[in-house]
Design a protein. Sequence first.
Length: 293
Amino acid sequence: MKFAVSYSTPYHGVDPDTIVAYARHAEDCGFEALYLPEHIALYPGAAVGHFELPPSLPYFDPLDCLSFVAAATRRILLGTGVLLLPYHHPVILAKRLATIDVLSKGRMRLLTVGLGTLPGEARATGVDFGTRGRRADEAIDVMRLLWAGGEEGVDFDGEFFSFDKLCQFPKPYGITHLPIHVGGSSRAAARRAGRRGDGYFPGGALAPDERALQMDLARAAAAEAGRSPETLEYTRSGAIDMTAEQVEAFAAQGVTRIVVSATATEPERQREEMSAFAQRFALPDTTEAGTRT
């Protein structure tokens, strides 16, 4: 089992020193990765399900923030949970991701993409809300094509994106293409993860039977696409105070990674929560002195 930690600027704050301290402590505790969420723009009345999002919530651009974190850390992987893929042009996004990966020496490895649920956010970025699933599928194909292409250039002619003999360098650090995980809470997201993703990261508000069904759909879709279902990673959100029994239950469901988040509002208490979790699950202590604080 792998363990990662998330940082949400609407909850944890936008102070750069706090973000760096949080990321460095997560790294010292042995967490695999740091995840950040995304919203590009909010508006009065925007809601996810029955939960209304105050329009003043301060969401950082996750990739800019992760680049900042990468410069202040040594080994922690960088993740998004989730990046709203339909609202990013894939040619520009492929360049940004490869840049972060090269500058961080191969740590932009847990990109998780989703579709977004706010129609107003789609309109603000010029995207037809009803086409965002097809647009996301095409965007994944475009980015992988660009990352794998050579000096002769690559061609693409799709519904939303089109180009001829396009070259994009530098390439990701030491690999052909960056892993792309798919996030979401729908069966369509599960199928997308199987057809195109390197992993599936379903949302939190799902009944156990629906969770199991969606993971079965993802694996079946992978097999139908000629891909190996066994290599599909399964990431879930967990609680910072979860028990060993709860982790074992996740593992029994095939989960390969758990992402937790500090719940305290004070930075010192946040670090205590992360340290306690790391000690409970014997994460590798990566501090130079070998002792967590």
